[in-house]
Design a protein around this ligand. Structure first.
Ligand code: SF4
Length: 622
């Protein structure tokens, strides 16, 4: 077996209560690397086409990559994945923290769950011994309660990933939480685990992750730790502050959404409101620094608000996306309320992007008279009301009153509310888009269309240093919308590799384009440079696309809501007067990928070149 892999996959048939080990195939590792690469290939091979993600036969998987838990500087990530119950396309959500490394130390690279249990269960994996256990007493608990209960049983060195009451209820905004606030948030997998009656997975183990060339990996670690701590200014800022520091930058540049995407930074959301959400106003509640496994950046932290309506204790830092979602997008400039709303989501198991977007949508519906205060249980849903943001987040978490319909996602909520609410429900394929405005970075429009639920997949602003030396870019000039296809493709493919290797994209931005290929070479023993990495990433992209086509989804035909594209353009703010030509960018991206303009079908020739003969046969029926 290659270095970096434990070499074992666990299959759990919840209906039959049967657990089976499978050896991880080396060719699979070389071709698809790990995480959602291997996860989607195996789901494609083992799940019937067109199956509802909430059908018992569906598969939901937890996967690591070869760098997860290895000496790599930012190798902390694991992915939760499968067919998304929101978008009905391939979905994946990754998270840092400590769960992924602990799963590997427990002896497994991946866990695939299928079937459904009649009664609540949790999965324990303790040093290679996997068991399903009764979870009746855990059902109904918050994620915080589950975490402390299972850590009490399995020890402080165990790690717990679980759903909260929102996932149990089948909310499409629900997610998987571990470590009291690290979230695999997008794509609605909390609802999938809830439908299978799986409350939690607890892992513990002492097995070391094998490394092909330990000396080389150690030297690389020293080199990149030094680079992060000493040489890279951006990461030093992150090290001190974390992603809350991004809010001011994003708002002043026009990247952060305002007023359910209808307003302008420095216009509707003015300078003083932006300053209210300055990172200092969050940081003053930070009581402890937090870093994921093996990460020298440690960009996160825990927060306490001692008293008042927004009191929280040992609560995870709200990240940039959360601050924008509950902040500027709801016209809310009260930091404490954002910390509290974030805490509610973490505790009940909700995606903060989805929940904040839903509250912004509800506020617009209220403004337009489609929701009354009575409908909202007496809440005044006026723009910017911090109490309403917090209370509605709680109602969504508990499925209480209006919160019940809102908890099912923007598409269904808009249908239920009616009166033209679809026109301002800002989603693609049902999933709320992330907090990055295509009017600021036009390529985001294509990311939202082709990868529902994702936001860092191929953004111009998510490039590691020196990437442009490898693949010449198009600069940060948003007016230049033509000529982006090749770099967009390469960024997307490299991002697949970073994610599937088990590395934090965010941390990668503080290193160098060579960092992940170098660590992959040292840890796995398979030499890889940036071009080879991009080819592996391209295979993964083609696999995702094949999965979606087999599911009958044509992402090429999806649209991003017009207001997000500047149709009509904003009248004020940093992106005033600008409109996105999303179809042009998509067209060049499809050409670069060699995918059809009709339905995004990968070309047969490219599939064969990538060694995907069976997929080519499926897509071309010959
Ligand atoms: S940069 Fe932040 S999110 Fe990424 S691994 Fe480090 S601590 Fe975790």
């Amino acid at each position: 077996m290659l270095g970096g892999y434990m070499g074992r996959i666990l299959w759990v048939d919840l209906s039959e209560r049967k657990l089976t080990d499978q050896c991880l195939d080396e060719k699979m590792c070389r071709d698809y690397l790990g995480g959602y690469g291997i996860g989607m290939r195996m789901t494609y091979d083992n799940q019937k086409a067109s199956l509802d993600p909430l059908d018992p036969g569906s598969i939901v998987a937890f996967g690591t990559g070869p760098l997860t838990g290895s000496p790599a500087v930012i190798g902390s990530r694991f992915t939760v994945m499968g067919k998304s119950p929101i978008s009905q396309t391939w979905g994946d959500a990754n998270s840092g923290g400590y769960f992924g490394p602990a799963l590997k130390r427990a002896g497994y690279d991946m866990v695939f769950l299928t079937g459904a249990s009649d009664t609540p269960v949790y999965l324990s994996i303790d040093n290679g011994r996997a068991e399903l256990k009764d979870a009746l007493e855990l059902w109904g608990m918050t994620t915080y309660e589950v975490d402390s209960t299972l850590k009490g049983l399995y020890g402080r060195d165990s790690q717990v990933a679980c759903i909260g009451p929102a996932g149990e209820r089948g909310s499409l905004l629900s997610c998987i939480i571990h470590d009291r606030g690290r979230a695999a948030a997008r794509s609605g997998f909390g609802a999938v685990l809830g439908s299978k009656k799986v409350k939690a997975i607890v892992v513990r183990g002492d097995e070391a992750v094998p490394v092909a060339d330990a000396e080389k990996a150690k030297a690389l670690r020293s080199k990149y730790v030094r680079q992060i701590r000493v040489e890279h200014v951006g990461s030093s800022q992150l090290y001190m502050i974390g992603t809350p520091a991004l809010f001011g930058l994003c708002a002043l540049g026009g990247d952060a959404p305002v007023k359910n995407w209808s307003g302008a930074c420095l216009g509707d959301f003015d300078q003083s409101q932006i300053e209210s959400l300055h990172h200092d106003n969050f940081y003053k509640f930070k009581t402890k620094k937090y870093g994921c496994f093996g990460c020298p950046i440690a960009c996160s932290g825990t927060f306490d608000i001692a008293e008042g309506p927004y009191a929280v204790s040992h609560s995870h830092q709200p990240e940039y996306e959360t601050i924008s979602a509950f902040g500027s997008n709801c016209m809310n400039s009260n930091p404490e309320s954002i910390i509290k709303a974030n805490d509610i989501c973490n505790s009940y198991g909700l995606d903060t992007i989805g929940t904040g977007s839903m509250i912004a949508f509800a506020m617009e519906a209220y403004e337009k008279g489609l929701i009354s205060a009575e409908d909202a249980g007496g809440l005044d849903l006026s723009w910017g009301n911090p109490d309403a943001v917090v209370k509605l987040a709680e109602d969504i978490a508990l499925g209480r009153g209006l919160g019940e319909v809102l908890s099912m996602g923007l598409e269904r909520a808009a249908e239920a509310i009616g009166g033209g609410a679809e026109s301002f429900a800002v989603h693609v394929q049902g999933e709320a888009i992330a907090m990055h405005d295509p009017r600021f970075e036009p390529a985001m429009s294509v990311i939202y269309r082709m990868f529902p639920g994702k936001h860092i997949q191929a953004s111009q602003f998510c490039k590691p240093p020196a990437f442009d030396d490898e693949i010449p870019g198009y600069g940060a000039d948003r007016e230049r919308q033509a000529g982006r296809g090749t770099q967009l493709k390469s960024l997307e493919c490299l991002c697949n590799v970073v994610n599937c290797a088990g590395v934090c994209v965010f941390g990668y931005l503080s290193t160098h384009v060579d960092c992940v290929p170098e660590f992959l070479s040292a840890v796995t023993g398979v030499d890889m440079g940036v071009p080879e990495a991009i080819e592996v990433g391209e295979r993964i992209s083609n696999m995702r696309q094949a999965f979606n086509i087999r599911e009958g989804v044509n992402l090429v035909k999806t649209k991003v809501p017009a207001r997000v594209l500047g149709a009509p353009p904003l009248g004020a703010g940093p992106t005033a007067g600008f409109s996105v030509d999303s179809d042009l960018i998509l067209s060049e991206y499809l050409d670069a990928m060699r995918w059809s303009h009709e339905d995004g079908r990968p070309s047969k020739e490219r599939l064969l070149e990538l060694g995907m003969e069976d997929v080519a046969r499926d897509l071309y029926a010959s």
